[in-house]
Design a protein around this ligand. Structure first.
Ligand SMILES: C[S@@+](CC[C@H](N)C(=O)[O-])C[C@H]1O[C@@H](n2cnc3c(N)ncnc32)[C@H](O)[C@@H]1O
Ligand code: SF4
Length: 370
């Protein structure tokens, strides 16, 4: 049996937030019905009972904005067509506006055991600035509901750098989230993506951004605050209580095999990358014959370094050697310098970035890439 992780993309949202350029659309029921039929066909086409599924991630878009029966059917199709491990981590992304009692019950019933709720902020003014449709109280209620009905592993997403956000507002959001006993927190730096309303408003001068320096300072302060409360930053943007690290994301960063189903999903299998169509119409028309791209040896080394060094576990020197890169030999001067100056650590045959220096990861990478 070969281990595999599965990602399923649900490209629907109830409304488009001002900052987001993810592959997500506001659509009617007919498109949703067609999409789930197609997803089911794609899963059946890839059927392989010799694949042992260690994690499933239902992401989006907003999976919670569709009828829960669609989600249950997808999970069922995955269990029928692959060998889903008994202890597989099965995550779903949800938005506070669409998460209901019935949906949470249905998710738990079909085996979903981790829920990731898009909170972004617990400051009503910040939520309005970025076009979120829920309030602080609705977000807190969604977490409470998930916990009360039975989720034991709950993540909340927060954004750093929302226009007008001060550290005290950010810390207050984090503090309120910790009071809800969440087990995982993802804190993303807000990226001003092209073709979003937020970026257009900023360019017109209607909205003032938080400076990059201030974002980094707030991020570092938040990291200290979360550490003090038992959350370890195990990856640049991810904090978890002991044993609650997201297995699925860790797998991506460790270059494990994964299959992606749905529009705009990617797969990585046996050194090959596949990319599904990014337009929903193309996906609905497709016969699932996607082009394969084999990663070159150098690309594999680069990916392994770039993803692995984002985590506190770093990269395995022996794995790098097997990929044809003897990093200790080929970069001895750079590594000695980075070790002496405290940017890198060398433990148990692993090289990792000292997490205090995650802010300069790109500069460190430039020194280590082949
Ligand atoms: C698929 S969404 C989460 C679920 C749901 N759609 C929601 O927003 O409530 C994944 C996360 O990506 C992050 N995200 C989206 N656009 C971003 C941007 N421009 N910069 C940084 N993070 C972003 C948000 O924190 C969001 O919660
Ligand atoms: S942030 Fe989430 S809810 Fe908002 S548009 Fe993006 S995917 Fe949809």
């Amino acid at each position: 049996m070969t281990d595999i992780m599965i990602y399923v993309h649900i490209p629907f949202c109830d409304s488009k937030c001002f900052y987001c350029n993810f592959s997500s659309f506001v659509c009617g029921e007919d498109i949703k019905r067609q999409y789930f039929e197609k997803l089911n066909q794609e899963i059946v086409k890839n059927t392989d009972k010799n694949l042992n599924v260690t994690s499933i991630y239902i992401g989006g878009g907003t999976p919670s904005c569709v009828d829960e029966r669609y989600i249950a059917k997808i999970i069922d199709a995955l269990k029928t067509n692959f060998s889903v491990s008994k202890d597989a981590e099965i995550s779903i992304e949800a938005n506070p506006c669409s998460l209901t009692n019935e949906k949470i019950k249905s998710y738990l019933k079909c085996g979903i055991n981790r829920i990731s709720i898009g909170v972004q902020s617990l400051d009503n003014k910040s939520l309005k600035t970025i076009g979120r449709k829920h309030s602080k109280n609705q977000a807190i209620y969604a977490i409470k509901l998930a916990k009360q009905i039975g989720f034991k592993n709950i993540n909340a997403d927060l954004l750093i750098g929302i226009p007008g956000q001060t550290y005290s507002k950010l810390k207050r959001s984090a503090k309120l989230l910790l009071r809800q006993n969440i087990t995982h927190l993802s804190a993303y730096m807000l990226i001003n993506e092209p073709n979003t309303l937020l970026t257009r408003l900023i360019e017109k001068g209607g909205i003032k951004t938080v400076s990059e320096d201030e974002c980094v300072t707030n991020y570092n302060k938040l990291t200290k605050y979360l550490n003090k409360h038992g959350f370890v930053r195990y990856e640049i943007s991810n904090f978890a209580k002991d044993n609650f690290e997201c297995k699925h994301n860790l797998g991506y960063w460790q270059l494990k095999n994964y299959l992606g189903f749905g529009v705009a999903a990617h797969s990585f299998f046996d050194g090959f990358r596949y990319e599904n169509p990014s337009s929903i119409n193309d996906y609905l028309k497709s016969n699932f014959e996607y082009t394969k791209n084999k990663l070159s040896e150098v690309e594999k080394i680069e990916e392994y370094l770039m993803l692995g060094l984002r985590t506190i576990y770093g990269v395995d020197i022996t794995n790098l050697k097997m990929l044809g890169y003897d990093i200790l030999k080929q970069k001895d001067k750079e590594i000695n310098f980075l070790l002496k100056s405290g940017f890198l650590q060398l433990n148990n045959n692993h090289i990792s970035v000292n997490s205090e220096h995650f802010g300069v990861l790109n500069q460190i990478l430039l020194k280590l890439l082949p």
